[in-house]
Design a protein around this ligand. Structure first.
Ligand code: KG4
Ligand code: ZN
Length: 337
């Protein structure tokens, strides 16, 4: 075995996930048990339902990932889990399980910030984290971070209201599309005319690196009366274009302002094809490269939590078993609660 073995758990929202990572690069196994189908009928995640399902699933997910990895609990060197931000009752399940394993085995525990997991996911497998501007665009978060290296970050800006993914989900709901909304809106937008509706680009020229998407969502709502199914594709295309326009503009500006030549995109909205294409074009014009998290690492998973834990652990960090979950953990965070 060339590196230490991390077993990580992720239960911050509606995925029960476990991963085993050897060193920083050898993913021995990753299992994601999604509850999306269960929450779809409510049009969003119901915390109580999520935590009950995590409880029911966590043991099986751990057994499955160990069996894929050809490892057993006694081989694990450090147990990690997401401690925040996320749903309290959901976070508790993964964090308690990991602490329990650590306590029973006498091995260390490491509490990981979910946002740091996303932020580093484009570098998954690399021993070193390079300098970059990180754009995290998920269902719960939208932020721009100046990355100096592993465990060294500076928050540049964030959304002041809805996260980008949340805006996709809310607009999808308004339009009668399914949950999660991002892929549904993107699919509709493919045959739509981006220019038909001139939708607001909230805070595009605010001079800082913060975002706002709630005005855009409201603008879509005001357009709804009088619209028919025939207008759906154009509405989706116009909405998506407005989100992508602001994200791309601010991300490239952040890289220019901080003299970074690499942009690292993570989170579920990072799966959006229009965002990917536009960012590559605009970053290219400015002489910058873009790296995206692998598709299976964009949405919630435990592999990214294991990688963030491995990066911290090799710097000598461990957490106390008394470390509590931190549902509102922010970016002051990257230092942990
Ligand atoms: O990273 P993630 O699992 O969420 C959080 O950790 O919060 O990402 C889920 C989010 C959802 O809001 C979903 O609608 C969005 O990512 N998403 C997309 C696409 N695929 C997923 N948004 C836009 N376009 C997509 N193709
Ligand atoms: Zn996430």
């Amino acid at each position: 075995m060339s590196g230490k073995l991390v077993l990580a758990l992720e239960t911050s929202c509606d995925e029960t996930a476990a991963a085993v990572l050897e060193g920083t690069g050898d993913l021995r196994g990753s299992v994601v048990h999604s509850q999306a189908g269960i929450h779809a009928e409510y049009g969003g995640v119901v915390p109580e339902v999520a935590s009950r399902n995590h409880l029911a699933n966590v043991r099986g997910v751990v057994e499955e990932v160990l069996s894929y990895s050809g490892a057993d609990l006694a081989d694990v060197d450090v147990f990690a889990a997401t401690i925040g931000p996320g749903l309290a009752s959901a976070l508790l399940v993964g964090a308690s399980a990991a602490k329990g394993f650590a306590l029973a085995s006498g091995k260390p525990f490491l509490g990981v910030n979910h946002i740091e997991g996303h932020l580093l996911s484009p570098f998954f497998g690399r021993p070193e984290v390079p300098e970059a501007i990180g754009l995290v665009v998920s269902g719960g978060h939208t932020l721009l971070v100046d990355i100096e290296g592993a465990a060294s970050y500076r928050l540049l800006g964030r959304t002041l209201d809805d996260a980008a993914g949340e805006a996709f989900d809310k607009v999808a709901k308004l339009l009668g599309l399914g949950y999660p909304g991002g892929p549904e809106v993107e699919a509709q937008a493919r045959s739509g005319n981006t220019a038909r509706f001139d939708l607001p680009r909230g805070m595009k020229h605010s001079g800082d690196f913060n975002f706002s998407f709630s005005g855009l969502k409201t603008a879509v709502r005001y357009l709804l009366p009088g619209m028919s199914a025939a207008d759906l594709a154009d509405l989706c295309a116009g909405f998506q274009e407005a989100v992508v326009d602001v994200l791309v503009h601010k991300t490239v500006q952040a890289a220019v302002a901080n003299r970074r030549r690499l942009i690292a995109v993570s989170g579920g909205v990072g799966l959006n094809g229009r965002l990917r294409d536009e960012l590559v074009v605009e970053a290219g014009k400015a002489g910058m490269d873009v790296v995206f998290a692998d598709r299976e690492l964009c949405t919630d998973n435990a592999a990214m939590i294991a990688y963030a834990a491995a990066q911290r652990w090799r710097r000598g960090e461990v957490s106390l078993l008394g470390m509590d979950i931190c549902p509102s953990l922010g970016t002051e965070l990257f230092k942990n609660c």
